[in-house]
Design a protein around this ligand. Structure first.
Ligand code: ATR
Length: 276
């Protein structure tokens, strides 16, 4: 009977802090599925071999996290449109024996805002802090939802320019010095850098400069209320924390491997919050 167990994984290096096993474990139990979801630490030099043996080892697929997202992109035989545009893969699955790579971070970002700030995409220009991998997923989501004016602000201007070139019309690049000028008419402020995790020194965006209707969100979820969100709340702006993005990005993978579309519930959120 062991062969009937549906197997999936999360791999990273390190991977022991991943919350994904808890999320997927909760859904497996809730839906009574004979399945498993394990964290597997794979060093970069072994990642290609790990991927090549997935099917032989009975895996239906899994999640890929730092530092393997670009390698997974290269190894996938086919990729969904989000992965193609973001340039990184966080979800792998097999379809008719073919290894597919997808990126569900953009979905996670948009679905989190849909839950907590419906109508977010029509609030006006979006200011995105950061120009790394997470920023690419956020910009993809913003473009997909029709946000017409996306302003990337980054410490290293060259990386912001690289992204604005990549995403094309409606996406502009800016250095930190001009952040205040960009906030006055912005409807959304999104932090995609890890700065909020350890205080916000260097994060030169003051929510006090935003208009009253603006929404502020952070993809960092440790702590749940980052210094940026605290400042926005003090200014009485709508804030959305990053935990929902983590929970929602897990949904499409679970559905592909286990055949059920799971829900992001208050119960699941509380389970993960208890562990932060
Ligand atoms: P991720 O894939 O998680 O987005 P990343 O690709 O390493 O990670 O990108 C990190 C982002 O945080 C970058 O935008 C980075 O700015 P630089 O491109 O100038 O490096 C930003 N960042 C990290 N530390 C920072 C700091 N101390 N001050 C300002 N920005 C910082």
């Amino acid at each position: 009977m062991a062969d009937a167990t549906k197997k999936a994984f999360v791999t990273g290096h390190p991977v022991k802090h991943s919350r994904s096993p808890k999320i997927h474990g909760h859904w497996l139990a809730r839906h009574g599925i004979d399945g498993s979801y394990q964290a597997i630490d794979v060093a970069p030099e072994n990642f290609a071999d790990f991927v090549k043996t997935l099917q032989a080892n009975g895996y239906r697929g899994g999640n890929v996290t730092i530092p393997h997202k670009e390698a997974a992109f290269a190894l996938a035989e086919r990729r969904d449109q989000a992965a193609q545009e973001i340039g990184a893969v966080n979800t792998l699955w097999f379809e008719d024996g073919v290894l597919w790579g997808g990126n569900t971070d953009a979905h996670g970002f948009a679905a989190n805002l849909d839950d907590h700030a419906p109508g977010w995409a029509s609030e006006g220009p979006a200011v995105v802090l950061g120009a790394g991998g997470a920023s690419r997923a956020v910009i993809h989501a913003l473009k997909e939802r029709g946000v017409a004016d996306i302003r990337i602000v980054n410490r290293t201007l060259a990386r912001a320019i690289e992204l604005s070139d990549r995403f094309g019309a409606g996406v502009s690049a800016h250095g930190m010095a001009v952040t205040s000028e960009l906030l006055g008419d912005a409807g959304l402020l999104i932090n995609t850098t890890a700065l909020g995790m350890h205080g916000n020194e260097g994060l030169s965006a003051d929510p006090a400069l935003l208009p009253d209707h603006a929404i502020v969100t952070d993809i960092v979820y440790v702590p749940l209320e980052t210094p940026l969100l605290a400042a926005a709340r003090a200014r009485k702006l709508k804030t959305v924390d990053g935990l929902g993005m983590l929970l929602h990005q897990a949904v499409p993978g679970f559905e592909r491997w286990f055949g059920v579309r799971p829900q992001v519930t208050a119960e699941l959120r509380a389970l993960i919050v208890a562990d932060l």
